[in-house]
Design a binder for this molecule. Structure first.
Ligand code: 3PZ
Ligand code: ZN
Length: 274
């Protein structure tokens, strides 16, 4: 398995950031803001945030802002639409609650109703889906548990029942899958692990084996992390792999907050002002 290739991953992230004109970059253009978040957060966890020109990143991100505001996307039933076209999903509840909490503006929405909607997406297996009645999925569980954690509403979660469903996601290789019968994938190291930590059940999985699985997904020559061993690397799985290792307390990595999906130092600065 070997160690985490910190320098190689930093080089990989910086190379993706510079490359803007090839086919892959143009196809992924609509994902650039996500890519900025995945790339910057990876660099910060690795202790290499100063490798990017902060002013350049800030001015690029600022030009993505529209006049309309997050709070206006909350619906009567407490749910959130992703944009003006109206698609409703608990992913949007998480993003709205997380972003408003970071700006200390949760008073701009009906938090009680937002929590009620998320709880209405809870299933008999203890998990959560994207809308009421929809199948449980680890990515959606992270969104719902994360939003409930941020709003101090984790008492709505059946921790033993959900913890059981989540720890069943670990397969023989040590990796985690997102639903029963699916292949393991590095990004589920984040969705599943962060949820287990938030409900206090992380000791129900084999952390050593999971760390080994993530390390096995590294491209040891070119840097970057893939969804599973020997697949092509991308920024998304590089971020969730490194973030997963941070949750596993891999040596030398900055701690990441399991609810906000941002370095603990950033959450402390932005929310607590210290
Ligand atoms: C990936 N998106 O819809 S996507 C994403 N997936 O924009 C980004 N694990 O084909 C990258 N699968 C790679 N760089 C994959 C983001 C998806 C998630 C796909 C994926 C990840 C397994 C199949 C949805 C936050 C934001 C978005 C998502 C999840 C969480 C793709 C396929 C889909 C997408 C992008 C590229 C390479 C990178
Ligand atoms: Zn994945």
């Amino acid at each position: 398995m070997g160690e985490l290739q910190v320098e190689k991953h930093v080089k990989y992230i910086l190379a993706v950031e510079k490359r803007k004109d090839d086919f892959e970059s143009v196809v992924m253009e609509h994902l650039r803001l996500n890519g900025v978040y995945w790339g910057l957060t990876t660099l910060d966890i690795l202790g290499k945030l100063d490798a990017v020109d902060q002013d350049e990143v800030i001015s690029w991100v600022m030009q993505c802002q529209h006049k309309d505001d997050i709070a206006g996307l909350q619906n009567e039933d407490g749910s959130f639409s992703g944009d003006m076209w109206g698609e409703v999903d608990t992913r949007f509840s998480y993003i709205a609650i997380c972003s408003l909490a970071l700006m200390r503006q949760l008073d701009k929405i009906d938090v009680g109703n937002a929590v009620k909607y998320i709880v209405s997406c809870k299933n008999v297996d203890g998990g959560f889906g994207c809308t009421p009645g929809a199948e449980s999925h680890a990515g959606q569980i992270f969104c719902c548990v994360g939003a409930l954690a941020i709003t101090g509403s984790l008492h709505h979660v059946d921790k033993d029942l959900l913890g059981w469903w989540l720890c069943e996601r670990q397969v023989k290789s040590g990796g985690l899958n997102g639903r029963p019968e699916k292949l393991p994938d590095v990004c589920y190291s984040w969705w599943v692990l962060s949820s287990l930590i938030l409900i206090g059940r992380v000791h129900w999985i084999d952390k050593e084996k999971l760390a080994k699985f993530i390390l096995d997904c590294q491209d040891k020559e070119k840097g970057g992390i893939s969804d599973r061993p020997d697949d092509a690397v991308d920024v998304f799985h590089t971020y969730f792999g490194v973030a997963g290792l941070s949750l596993l307390e891999y040596p030398g990595l900055k701690p990441i907050d399991p609810a906000y999906a941002l370095p603990v130092s950033v959450v402390n600065k932005v929310i607590l002002g210290k």
